[in-house]
Design a protein around this ligand. Structure first.
Ligand code: PLP
Length: 395
């Protein structure tokens, strides 16, 4: 008899985006003449940079010619892309070897799959609020999950508790959904904690490209001691608009050993068994992101989103609404005014000013009473939404 993985019964149903869609669609149906502005989306809206498209097309052309045709790519990604990524890290002072980079089809795949190489009896620690993939993928494997509280008191930067010992720790900085960033000292505290307990940090740097302040690390590998306790995951989704193109990478220090086992080798074994690599044209496109021209062009898009974030953050400042994020992050995580609940605030904004955001509750218990706005929309809509905010909340 077939038996299914009963751990799936332990997943908490997350209707967040379905509920948002349901309430939004009902509103549109009842108010067809109102102009709705969506600041809830986590997806990018600007097109790929011209050089990225150009290099992707060149890659396609090569596949159409016998002499340059390519079959299965290397599991870990082509050397030209891994070297480009290692050079990019060098650009902000971090030395990693191209041999420590493993290219993938986006950070979600590796963040969700990395658990394959770890035993089910590891205790996992995540920060709350949390990007749900870390939680759900570990529930699917039957692991126990502990939560480190991010809240108003610690500006949503949860810190290690010496009395809590976890085997696998997920950190995300700049954070989705809170936009909060760990500074060097805070990240060092996590690294020290992990080294002391022989635990692993899985560091999600998906929003690294939005960092502008010097004391915010762009990579956990900047921190002394990280190479013996951490792996890093990153994505071109938000860095270069690859949400639909699909490419990211994981960095595993070659010397990282846990439980007497080399982690790079173990992950490589898993990778080569279950993954056949990223397509050549996509890797060409990804390498273009790290070229001089690619950096210039993709940074223009990031600057555009960051300006949107600033417009939102300035409005919150003006209205005296508390928030985190907005500086080194595309997200603004705000405290719902007048002690409203997240969903209450969602309905209020939808009804009164026809603006859609994301209720914080969807990211864990500490999201209750908080709300996420994103800067991935277009300028005109962002400005208009903030104009409506000011009219609604000015005292
Ligand atoms: N990590 C975080 C924190 C994210 O917010 C996202 C996407 O929203 C991802 C990973 C997934 O990125 P990708 O598109 O590379 O799978």
């Amino acid at each position: 008899m077939t038996k299914v993985n009963k751990n799936f019964d332990n997943l908490v149903p997350n209707y967040l985006f379905a509920d948002i869609a349901k309430r939004t669609n009902a509103f549109i149906e009842a108010n067809p003449d109102k102009k709705l502005i969506r600041l809830g989306i986590g997806d990018v809206t600007l097109p790929l940079a011209p050089i990225v498209v150009e290099e992707m097309k060149k890659g396609c052309d090569e596949l159409g010619v016998k002499e340059t045709f390519k079959g299965y790519p290397d599991y870990e990604g082509y050397a030209f892309l891994r070297e480009a990524i290692a050079d990019y890290y060098k650009g902000f002072g971090v030395t990693i070897s191209a041999d420590e980079v493993l290219v993938n089809d986006g950070a979600k795949s590796d963040a969700g799959n990395i658990g394959d190489i770890f035993s089910e009896d590891n205790i996992v620690l995540v920060t709350d609020p949390v990007y749900p993939v870390y939680v759900d993928s570990n529930i699917m494997s039957g692991r126990k999950i502990l939560y480190a509280d991010g809240n108003e008191e610690n500006n949503f930067c949860a810190m290690p508790d010496e009395n809590v010992k976890a085997d696998i720790i997920y950190l995300c900085s700049p954070n989705n959904p809170t936009g909060a960033c760990l500074n060097k000292e805070q990240l060092k505290a996590w690294v020290d904690n992990a080294n002391k307990n022989n635990s692993l940090i899985i560091y999600d740097a998906a929003y690294e490209a939005f960092i502008e302040e010097n004391d915010i690390p762009r990579s956990i590998m900047e921190i002394e001691g990280a190479r013996t306790c951490a792996i890093e995951m990153c994505s071109l989704s938000k860095t270069a608009g690859f949400t639909g193109t699909r490419c990211g990478y994981t960095i595993i220090p070659k010397e990282l050993e846990l439980d007497g086992t080399n982690i790079y080798k173990l992950w490589y074994r898993r990778l080569s068994t279950k993954f056949n690599g990223v397509s050549y044209p996509v890797q060409c496109a990804a390498a273009a992101v790290f070229s001089e021209e690619g950096q210039k062009q993709t940074r223009e898009n990031i600057a555009y989103y960051k300006e949107n974030a600033k417009i939102i953050a300035n409005t919150m400042d003006e209205l005296g609404i508390k928030y985190t994020g907005g500086v080194n992050s595309p997200y603004i995580w705000l405290k719902c005014p007048d002690n409203m609940g997240s969903w209450e605030f969602f309905d209020y904004l939808l009804e009164k000013i026809n603006v859609v955001g994301t209720p914080g509750e969807g990211f864990g218990k500490n999201g209750a009473g908080w709300f996420r706005l994103t800067s991935f929309g277009d300028r005109e809509n962002t400005v208009e939404a903030m104009k409506r905010f000011k009219e609604l909340f000015k005292k």
